[in-house]
Design a protein around this ligand. Structure first.
Ligand code: E4P
Length: 229
C-alpha cells in the first residue's frame, strides 16, 4: 500500500487504541506490562489453538485489559442472544463478538438495546460496515489481511470506511483487523482508524529499530570508556 494514495483523515481523533489478537493469556500479560495495550480480540480459531477453557481465558484477560472480545459460535439470532448474554455476565470488560450476517445484525440490535457492547467481525465491505454501525455495533472489524490475501486492497477498505465515517455521524469504532505487519498499524493510524488489533509476533516488532539498538550500544560503550578513567 502506498501511504499517500489515500486521503489521510484531517480531523483530530482520540488516541488510537492498540489491541492484541490472541487467546494466549501469557502474551496478553507480557504486552500489557509495556503499558501500551488497550484490549484483546479473540476468535474461535485462536481459542481452539490454545486448547484452554474459554471462560477462564476471557476472565483472566479481563483482569489485564479493559476490553476483551469474546466471539459467539451460534449462527442464529436465538443462539447468539443466549451466548452473548451469558458472556456479558462474566465480566464488565467483555465485548460480545458477532459475525457480520443478518442474524448477527439482529443480535447486535438486541444487544445494543440491552446496553451490551458488541464487535461485529468478518467485515469485508463498506456496506457491511454501515449496516453493522446502524444496528448499533460498538466496534466493527474489517479484515484487511484476508482481503490482501485474495489480491484486494485491505487498507483501501479502511480508507473508504473512514471517508464514510467522516461524512456521517456513526458512533461505532473502526477496528482494523487481520493485520500482518507493522506498516499496517501505521497506515491504519494515518487513516484515523480508532483501533488496530495486532498478532503477538507483529506487536513484538513494533518497539524495535536497528538504529535504536546501534545507538544504545554506542552510548554504553562510550559511557564505559569514561567510567573506566
Ligand atoms: C480479529 O478480531 C480477528 O481475530 C483477526 O484479526 C483475524 O486475523 P487473521 O485474518 O490473521 O486470522
Amino acid at each position: 500500500m502506498t501511504l499517500f494514495s489515500y486521503k489521510v483523515n484531517e480531523g483530530y481523533s482520540a488516541c488510537m487504541k492498540l489491541f492484541l489478537d490472541t487467546a494466549n493469556v501469557d502474551q496478553v500479560a507480557e504486552i500489557a506490562a509495556w503499558g501500551t495495550l488497550d484490549g484483546v480480540t479473540t476468535n474461535p480459531s485462536l481459542v481452539a489453538k490454545e486448547g484452554k477453557d474459554f471462560k477462564d481465558v476471557i476472565l483472566k484477560m479481563c483482569e489485564l485489559v479493559s476490553c476483551v472480545s469474546a466471539q459467539v459460535t451460534a449462527t442464529d439470532f436465538e443462539g447468539m442472544k443466549k451466548q452473548g448474554e451469558e458472556y456479558a455476565k462474566w465480566h464488565k470488560n467483555v465485548v460480545v463478538k458477532v459475525p457480520m450476517t443478518t442474524e448477527g445484525l439482529k443480535a447486535v440490535s438486541y444487544f445494543s438495546k440491552k446496553g451490551i457492547k458488541t464487535n461485529v467481525t468478518l467485515v469485508f465491505s463498506v456496506s457491511q460496515a454501515m449496516l453493522a454501525a446502524k444496528a448499533g455495533a460498538t466496534i466493527i472489524s474489517p479484515f484487511i489481511g484476508r482481503l490482501d490475501d485474495i489480491a484486494e486492497d485491505g487498507m483501501g477498505l479502511i480508507a473508504e470506511i473512514m471517508a464514510v465515517w467522516s461524512q456521517h455521524n456513526f458512533a461505532t469504532e473502526v477496528l482494523v483487523a487481520s493485520t500482518r505487519h507493522p506498516r499496517h498499524i501505521v497506515d491504519a493510524a494515518m487513516l484515523g482508524a480508532h483501533i488496530a488489533t495486532i498478532p503477538y509476533d507483529v506487536f513484538k516488532k513494533l518497539p524495535n529499530h536497528n538504529l535504536t539498538d546501534i545507538g544504545l550500544k554506542k552510548f554504553q560503550e562510550d559511557w564505559e570508556k569514561v567510567s573506566k578513567k
